[in-house]
Design a protein around this ligand. Sequence first.
Ligand code: SF4
Length: 244
Amino acid sequence: MKGRVNSFQSLGAVDGPGIRCVVFMQGCPLRCHYCHNPETWEIGQGESWFSVEEMIQKISRFESYIREGGGVTLSGGEPLLQWEFAAELFSRLQKLGIHTALDTSGHGSLLGAEAVLKNTDLVLCDLKFSTEEQYEQYSGGSLNKVKEFLELTEKGRVPLWIRHVVVPGLNDEEEDIQAIGKIAQSYSNLEKLELLPFHKICLEKYEGLGLDFPLLHHPECSPEKIRILKKFCENNIDIPNCIR
Ligand code: SF4
């Protein structure tokens, strides 16, 4: 079993708890307007092939760091596109006592997702938009599909962190945050709601790939805006202790 891997981050600190090895898988069916990793989109571009065994060996070099409250996060791209690889890697890691987190948009085969979730300790899922229309317009995917995936995580009692990238002018109004919060709190396995600011640090990547960045003229999201929206969540959304 081999997986197409775009890149590997040895000491990640933002994709799950603690210090983590983050594996960015190649290939994604979505095209989010704010995507920071366009280099992962196309299968067959810029990737390396790794067997599960090779990946375990690579990860084991950082074992002393990631065992202390951290672990391994599979991200991308969309890791569920290579669910067989993800399922086998997570199964091996759990047997080694290493925490496993799946950073996903929820777009992939549900049967495949079910197999991966059996050995997943935490799911990180970006909800992106609160309506089907907006989701399709700005990411090319389906919110209903994400909800089906999230139901699976609830059924499997896999702890869930919902993330939301706040993009000024697209999804940063209080009603947007309230609607996202309402969807998030409908899952009993929810542990955390993270609001992440939209930045444009990915511009060079788009230029390098010869791609237009759809949000080139959008302002970045300020720390002050995030602070205000977090306060709004604390006061208006019934998700105890989980706003970050
Ligand atoms: S799902 Fe993630 S990797 Fe795929 S386009 Fe959206 S932000 Fe980029």
